[in-house]
Write a protein that binds this ligand. Structure first.
Ligand code: ZN
Length: 493
């Protein structure tokens, strides 16, 4: 049985933890001090270490009980101990190299340990982004967890230049540059986990910089289509659409709504030995074996449109384009779809139907769009009620009305999380998607080629009884997956 170190912390005042070098060298941590017994966490069942600890504690006359702890867990506790006990004001900057290994923590300077522990705790708490900014008289560290930012540390403003320099060294950036934006990458090994941190540093007014690190887990498997939160009917519809030999499929939504996760799941779903699939991404977030993934690089002129022209000579069946941002890419995407390719891409629009006017505004001819567009799905991410602290409550009359207004029978209870340590007292853990989608049939094709207005398009879909984002959200509220507040927050964004 593996014991969690955090369930034992902290030690009572006056009881000293082992020194960091001792913890690191022996893989041992003091967990609990009882009247006649000491509980000690060990990474390995190692007799020599146990002998050493018996010798170390010989004067206490207490019984030693050894419990197994995880190496990664120990490394995180060690980083925390170091950062809590160090005198940070004397933080000298030392060390370089872009790869950070947890096995050698204790010998490092306080700033290095501080930065390491900010990274590690962020990764441990499932943060998707780590934000470090200088605000007024303090440095604020925030984690984005399940789409929401949380302040996790407030540090002395004097530390900011040291933290910024340390991160620049790790990301192999120019340490002297603080007037121009810089991008880089840091690889962190946490046990067997390899994590990439994509670093973006932008100078902000005053004398500070905004440092944002996107956390990308290498070993993390991309989610499969049926794990994302699509209802059964939509998965069936998607499977029909992706089986087509040519045409254009679009996933839409604002930034951060999980479009690239959906595109990756689509790639996983479609890939086959009989198909040549090429995807152009900015950046490549997950590696999908069997798919040729190409990363855009605007700096050397390799944007979506340039790469798309090249890719067409690669005899692909399916082309995925990370995002259609300009008319050149839009035009090329449509032309590729016309010439026997299935093209899958994303657009930055609030709802599914707006994809049509958006593409027309980018200069695509209505009759061309009508003949290539096969389907559009719009999506948002909502947080999932924490499974560890979920509770049920009765609905208010207003809430019952909300369901009825949308033509959905109200449930008898709503589920919500009251907050616990597993969800950091937010009541939510993890996210799922809500979506709306339509496929293009002959009548809709007609309407698009006649350049039908947005209202006409909307009315057409309403007659087809296509459920909207909000309705799909309410269905997930009814199933106890999320809350009305989350759906309102997500759909309004
Ligand atoms: Zn909870």
């Amino acid at each position: 049985m593996i014991h969690s170190i955090s369930s034992f912390r902290p030690l009572p005042t006056g009881v000293l933890q082992y020194t960091p070098p001792f913890i690191e060298e022996n893989g041992a941590i003091l967990l609990k001090v009882k009247e006649e017994e000491l509980l000690i966490g060990l990474v390995e069942d190692n007799e020599a270490v146990q002998d050493r600890l018996n010798f170390f504690h010989r004067s206490s006359r207490k019984k030693l009980t050894f419990l197994t702890v995880d190496k990664k867990d120990l490394a995180i506790s060690l980083a925390r101990i170091v950062s809590e006990s160090s005198d940070l004001s004397e933080g000298a900057i030392e060390g370089s190299g872009m790869s950070l290994t947890l096995d050698k923590l204790a010998g490092d300077a306080p700033i290095i340990n501080l930065v390491n522990s900010v990274f590690m705790e962020g990764i441990e708490q499932r943060a998707s982004d780590i934000h470090i900014e200088k605000m007024d008289n303090a440095v604020q560290v925030r984690y984005r967890i399940d789409g929401v930012l949380h302040v996790v540390r407030t540090l002395d403003a004097a530390l900011f230049p040291y933290i910024s320099s340390r991160i620049k060294i790790m990301a192999q950036l120019n340490i002297m540059e603080n007037r121009l934006p810089q991008d880089g990458r840091i690889t962190v090994s946490l046990g067997s986990d390899e994590v990439d941190l994509r670093v973006s540093i932008v100078p902000i007014a005053g004398e500070g910089e905004s440092i944002v690190l996107r956390v990308l887990h290498r070993s993390e498997k991309p989610l499969m289509l049926d794990e994302l939160g699509f209802v059964k009917e939509h998965i069936q519809e998607i499977s029909l659409l992706t089986g087509k030999p040519n045409g254009l499929l679009l996933v839409t939504g604002p930034t951060g709504c999980g479009k690239s996760t959906t595109l990756n799941a689509l790639l996983q779903y479609i890939k086959s030995d009989r198909l040549k699939i090429v995807s152009i991404e900015d950046p490549v977030e997950y590696y999908v074996p069997g798919v040729d993934q190409i990363q855009t690089n605007e700096e050397i002129g390799l944007g979506f449109s340039t790469l798309l022209r090249r890719v067409l000579r690669q005899d692909p069946n399916i082309i995925m384009i990370g995002e259609i941002r300009d008319s050149e890419t839009a035009e090329l995407a449509v032309r590729s779809a016309l010439t026997g390719h299935l093209v899958i891409s994303t657009l930055h629009t609030n709802d599914a139907v707006s994809a049509i006017p958006r593409l027309l505004n980018m200069g695509v001819e209505p009759y061309l769009l009508a003949s290539v567009l096969k389907g559009v799905s719009a999506q948002r991410l909502v947080r999932v009620v924490c499974p560890d602290c979920r509770e049920e409550r009765k609905l208010t009359p207003g809430e019952i009305q909300l369901f009825e207004k949308k033509g959905i029978k109200a449930p008898s209870v709503l589920t919500l999380g009251k907050g616990c340590s597993a969800c950091d007292h937010s009541g939510y853990r993890g996210r799922t998607l809500i979506n709306e989608m339509f496929s293009v049939d002959e009548n809709l094709e007609d309407l698009i080629s006649r350049n039908g207005s947005r209202t006409e398009l909307r009315d057409f879909l309403r007659k087809k009884k296509a459920a909207g984002l909000f309705e799909d959200g309410l269905i997930k509220v009814k199933e106890g997956i999320t809350t009305i507040e989350e759906v309102e927050r997500a759909v309004d964004s």
